[in-house]
Design a protein around this ligand. Structure first.
Ligand code: GLC
Length: 606
């Protein structure tokens, strides 16, 4: 094994390691174990300050003095949903920002590279100009794990193109109640479907194994465990069930992710039977690390440990002893529960024997194993060729195929679809037909998806591109001017939201949307309704008033994929990733009562 290394440590141990590998090459190494000797050698040289620094992940906006990265040996930085670098929100600005922070980390005594993490949950969605894929609920509807793998590989390439090598995805929630604002982040309601997509997504992000390949991006299965099972779908709420049910519904995707070699797992804000996951030693250490054999590292959610108790020092003690290895800290100096406090508290807890040194060493070993496996010590920089490919036509074509295969045709009376491309007058109705924000949903450029616009093609633009030059395409957000239309396409649905801001007690399609569809029906022309939503909605009169009805979920930037299916260039093949409730009483999928409007797996074609 020969490689020029930035880090003298690697040069020192490589010959020794080379012999070790030769003698043990026959034994199948445990995941993340081939660098154990280098990790042990480096760990032995580290001070407690340097070790604790590796366990700290700080939000970009909390770093008011970049020298803190050297002072506190900070091992990771993240961008939360709204944490953007100063200046233009473009790939080069991100790359410059990440490289600058890395250069500070490499000035530390042992030159341990930092790893930057970001929520690339449906493409590299924080950056303008990237390829935005359908949210996971749509990817679940494709029933195509190979396509999920391709989508995450494109996402990994675009993430790496900005110098970032850690994506906080896939979300492996097995959502039981679609009133939860994060339903769209889940592949569906079935453990089997989510498990299949979990393995595909991890492979897509990391490659067959996490490696030093420039496009191998650390995947982060989240949020362990039972985030999608909370009572009434309340975000960060309480999942009340037996251990048998917890294991049956929510654990399988993590078994699949660990088997696929996932390098990190994010722990949920939620609770199980009243106990916060961030402090649950049984589930974090005994089950995940012990029983499932997970050898990567556990990262907390955003300030999630602060919810354990009113005493931050006690939170630090409980969460680290429970098995959390890295703590996501959004606060900088000047705010409570900031990273300086965390470091001080943890040092004191170790000195007092309340957090064993062995727990610190285990956490840092896990983190360093991953950094070595990713080749960050040899090359902590990104391949500039990747930056140029961000948002490329090839990438967008894959996203377009995802859109095509994510659409679920729920109704098609009298073969209203596919539409002809040479209609005399095609009326397009509804604000959502020409709104990329509704099309992409939350976690797009801004956390809530309602901020700066990104680049893409709306459904209206795609329709206009698809029809013949003789066809008159009119657009009216309010449904006016459609009296002589030969066909009407109505686009309705949810405006963007993320996390708790999407929690609902009532999922009725809005009265305004229902009226828009009724108005289209009154025109006498065939009506195709396209629903943009992060989950099934209670449709009221909308389905009866439509001749054709497509659940489009949150398709992302490539609106052409919707037009491809509307005009029959591609047949609809999507299948419902979750049952479609007919009334408010039927939300808890695992305890579904009564008859759903459409069953799990339903979907028509032509
Ligand atoms: C958020 C989310 C989590 C995300 C993290 C960092 O609160 O719960 O999914 O990865 O914070 O943005």
């Amino acid at each position: 094994m020969t490689h020029e290394s930035f880090n003298p440590i690697v040069r020192l141990v490589s010959p020794f390691l080379f012999c070790t590998i030769l003698t043990t090459a026959s034994a199948a190494p445990l995941p993340f174990s081939q660098y154990d000797n280098q990790v042990a050698s480096l760990l032995a040289q580290m001070t407690l300050d340097e070790k604790i620094g590796q366990m700290v992940q700080v939000d970009l906006l909390a770093i008011t003095n970049k020298d803190d990265i050297q002072t506190y040996f900070i091992g990771s930085v993240l961008s939360g949903g709204d944490s953007k670098p100063a200046g233009e929100n473009d790939p080069q600005t991100w790359l410059n920002t990440v490289n600058d922070l890395q250069s500070h980390a490499l000035k530390t005594r042992l030159k341990i590279p930092l790893i930057y993490g970001i929520d690339a949950v449906h493409g590299h969605n924080d950056v303008v100009g990237t390829t935005i894929f359908p949210h996971n609920i749509g990817m679940g509807a494709t029933r195509n794990p190979k396509l999920v793998e391709q989508a995450e590989a494109v996402t990994a390439s675009e993430v790496a193109g900005t110098g970032i090598r850690w994506a906080f995805g896939p979300c492996l929630a097995v959502v039981q109640d679609e009133r939860w604002g994060r339903t769209y982040e889940s592949f569906g309601q079935s453990p089997g479907l989510v498990s299949e997509m979990a393995a595909a997504a991890v492979r897509g992000f990391q490659g067959n194994t996490l490696s030093s390949q420039p496009t191998s991006v650390l995947s982060c299965a989240k949020h362990y465990l039972g985030d999608g099972g909370t009572e009434n779908g309340i975000d960060q709420g309480n999942t009340v069930c037996s251990e048998a049910t917890l294991r049956r519904l929510f654990l399988p995707p993590y078994r699949a992710a660990v088997k696929a070699g996932v390098g990190s797992i994010m722990v949920s804000y939620s609770s199980w039977n009243g106990g916060k996951m961030s402090g649950d030693k049984y589930l974090l250490t005994d089950v995940l690390k012990g029983e499932l054999g997970f050898r990567g590292f556990l990262v907390s959610d955003w300030a999630a440990i602060d919810q354990l108790s009113p005493d931050y020092r006690a939170d630090v003690e409980q969460s680290i002893n429970a098995g959390l290895d890295m703590i996501m800290i959004p606060n900088g100096p000047g705010k409570t529960n900031n990273y300086v406090e965390f470091i001080r508290d943890l040092k004191e807890l170790v000195a007092e024997g309340k957090v064993p040194q062995s727990r610190i060493d285990d956490a840092v070993t896990r983190i360093l194993r991953v950094k070595f496996q990713m080749g960050l010590f040899e090359n902590p920089w990104t391949d500039p060729a990747l930056t140029a490919q961000i948002g490329s036509p090839d990438h967008r074509q894959i996203a377009r195929e995802c859109v095509q295969q994510s659409l679920v045709l729920l109704k098609n009376k009298n073969h209203a679809l596919p539409l002809k491309k040479d209609l005399k007058h095609l009326a397009v109705v509804g604000f959502g037909a020409n709104d990329l924000r509704m099309q992409c949903g939350g976690w797009t450029i801004s956390w809530q998806g309602s901020g700066e616009l990104t680049k893409g093609t709306t459904i209206l633009q795609a329709i206009r591109q698809a029809v013949s030059p003789e066809t008159q395409v009119t657009f009216s957000p309010d449904g006016s001017g459609i009296s002589n239309a030969d066909a009407v396409v109505v686009v309705v649905g949810e405006h963007p939201y993320a996390e708790m801001r999407g929690d609902r007690t009532n999922l009725d399609l809005s009265a305004a949307d229902q009226a828009l569809i009724q108005n289209a029906k009154a025109s006498g022309a065939p009506v195709t309704t396209i629903l943009l939503s992060g989950r099934p909605l209670i449709l009221g009169t909308a389905l009866d008033a439509s001749d054709a009805f497509i659940a489009a979920w949150l398709p992302g930037t490539e609106g052409e994929g919707v037009a491809d299916v509307l005009f029959g260039d591609v047949r609809p093949t999507g299948k419902l990733p979750r049952e479609w409730p007919s009334t408010d009483q039927q939300f808890a999928a695992d305890k579904m009562t009564g008859k759903p409007l459409f069953k799990f797996g339903y979907g028509l074609t032509y």
